[in-house]
Design a protein around this ligand. Structure first.
Ligand SMILES: Cc1cc2nc3c(=O)[nH]c(=O)nc-3n(C[C@H](O)[C@H](O)[C@H](O)COP(=O)(O)OP(=O)(O)OC[C@H]3O[C@@H](n4cnc5c(N)ncnc54)[C@H](O)[C@@H]3O)c2cc1C
Length: 484
């Protein structure tokens, strides 16, 4: 995948997508496959927003049942089936356990009924593993969770994914289908002709070069940043998104064999402990966020909340801040709803067309990205009467599943990331292409060497190599300073 700045400058596109999260990349892929002349710009890097900060599960969302949001659960469960079928190397079925304790906000019979309904809604897409668990069965399966107050539990199935890789692979597949695509290009403003949006003023953040990208149709898929583009289009419009922050801890490996879902005592929210690579992923929080979407980090209070809740279930594991390897925080670009508790805001997606023709998408879950993209591109088809496009093919043909081999030498892996996957900064490389920032070493054992190799490949002067190293260290520090 090559960074196509010259084609962005000279092209006249049918469609320009702003934002390289999962939604933007999937829209660009679907549109390119159908035959639209498509471009996608991302101001930083693919999956640097919410799409690289998720809980990494492809799920119907069992908790949305208690909000009676059956449509959302049904749609997500069917999309789960599609992704399991079309991207089997990146989306894999997984057994989950819900232990229920005395005093939990959702009693055992409610959990059993919920999971039954969940599987029923999945219909033919159901992954069969549901069974009620007695206290003794549960203690046999997971002997390291506390037995104090344990009433029993239930097992059910969902799926786990690699969020960063799935997003990146959608970008690569869009490129392979003919999309002109580039990271490190920011949309700074909209260009209008007679009140109709016809392009964007863009800035190449690597060179500071400014230019116009022309397109008949513009999609704003900028997640938690969406309000900025909406207000550029309609200065007096209501905010389209109300971002909420979610924090995860990457904890040293806890002795559990399956992902578990618990009810928090403090606020009754559901949270997870998930075996993930050599660690346990613990999360998440859900709090309103009003700061800059470019600076989202875990705070001490987020860490305390998660450690307190998980410590209650694992009283003998000495749960403490010392066990946390690192943290990550992301913003859910939820639909703007007033006065509702953050975790009660609907996870449905919302597609808005403004008077100038700008299409904005917010809300939704990672799980439903393919469906959202299909709906957006269906909408765009109507903007081109008389033109023939191919039908949507993403429900039968998933994005590439290729993952570069992890056992290749460092230089080889970096060369691949730079030449084939558009890694343009040390953060792109260590956080998202090699995913080393989320390991015990946090990439701090190789960042200097990696910086030098990248510098050679990209022709960076020494000062740039030093800048990249400092920027990477800053990111690691911001993700871990809440642990001190
Ligand atoms: C903590 C957390 C846990 C979650 N867990 C799950 C889960 O387990 N399963 C699930 O299904 N869903 C989950 N979600 C929801 C899911 O991650 C999001 O719905 C989804 O990733 C949103 O994708 P997006 O493409 O809309 O936004 P983003 O991924 O945020 O992408 C927006 C992109 O736009 C770019 N951008 C912004 N402004 C500009 C500009 N001016 N010019 C160019 N580019 C710009 C940004 O850099 C960013 O990369 C979770 C979300 C969070 C925050």
């Amino acid at each position: 995948m090559k960074r196509e700045v010259s084609c962005l400058k000279s092209g006249e596109f049918d469609l320009l997508v702003i934002g390289g999260g999962i939604n933007g990349c999937a829209i660009a892929r679907d549109a390119s496959l159908r035959g639209f002349k498509t471009a996608l710009i991302e101001k930083d890097d693919f999956a640097c927003g919410a799409s690289g900060k998720s809980t990494k599960i492809i799920h119907g969302g069992i908790r949305y049942l208690e909000q009676f949001n059956l449509n959302l659960v049904y749609e997500a469960l069917h999309e789960r089936g599609t992704l399991l079928r079309t991207v089997p190397d990146l989306v894999k079925p997984l057994e989950f356990i819900i232990p229920v304790y005395k005093g939990d906000p959702r009693p055992l019979f409610v959990m059993n009924t919920g999971v039954f309904l969940y599987d029923l809604l999945a219909g033919r897409q159901n992954i069969h593993c549901r069974r009620p668990l007695t206290k003794a069965e549960l203690a046999g399966l997971e002997p390291n969770i506390t037995a104090k107050g344990l009433k029993g539990g239930v097992m059910y199935c969902d799926a786990q994914m690699d969020d960063i890789r799935l997003c990146l692979n959608n970008a690569i597949s869009a490129y392979e289908a003919g999309c002109c695509i580039a990271n490190k290009i920011e949309a700074e403003g909209l260009v209008k002709r007679e009140g109709v949006v016809v392009g964007v003023e863009a800035r190449d953040t690597l060179t500071n070069d400014r230019f116009t990208i022309r397109a008949q149709c513009i999609v704003n898929a900028t997640g938690a940043w969406s309000n900025r583009i909406v207000w550029d289009d309609e200065p007096h419009a209501a905010a389209i998104t109300r971002p909420t922050k979610g924090v995860h801890l990457i904890y040293k490996k806890l002795p559990i064999t399956r992902p578990m879902l618990f009810s928090a005592r403090k606020d009754k929210r559901i949270f997870f402990a998930i075996p993930w690579r050599d660690y346990t992923l613990i999360g998440t929080t859900d709090t309103d966020f009003t700061g800059s979407p470019d600076e989202v980090y875990a705070e001490r209070s987020d860490v305390e909340y998660l450690l307190n809740e998980i410590g209650r279930v694992f009283p003998e594991q000495g749960i403490s801040r010392e066990g946390v390897i690192t943290t990550y925080a992301g913003l859910r670009p939820l639909m703007n709803t007033h006065g509702m508790a953050p975790w009660k805001v609907s996870r449905e997606h919302y597609i808005k067309e403004s008077g100038s023709g700008l299409i904005s998408v917010v809300g939704g879950k990672y799980t439903t990205y393919r469906r959202l993209a299909e709906q957006v591109v269906n909408l765009i088809v109507h903007r081109f009467p008389g033109r023939e496009f191919r039908a949507c093919s993403t429900a039968v043909c998933g994005p590439t599943q290729e993952i570069p081999p992890g056992d290749a030498g460092l230089r080889e892996r970096i060369t691949h990331a730079v030449n084939e996957e558009m890694a343009n900064s040390l953060k792109d490389l260590l956080i998202r292409r090699l995913q080393l920032a989320m390991t015990a070493s946090r990439g701090l054992d190789i960042y200097e060497e990696a910086g030098r190799i990248m510098g050679e490949l990209l022709g960076w002067p020494t000062s740039q190599v030093e800048y990249e190293i400092q920027a990477y260290k800053y990111e690691i520090r911001r993700n871990t300073e809440c642990l001190t």
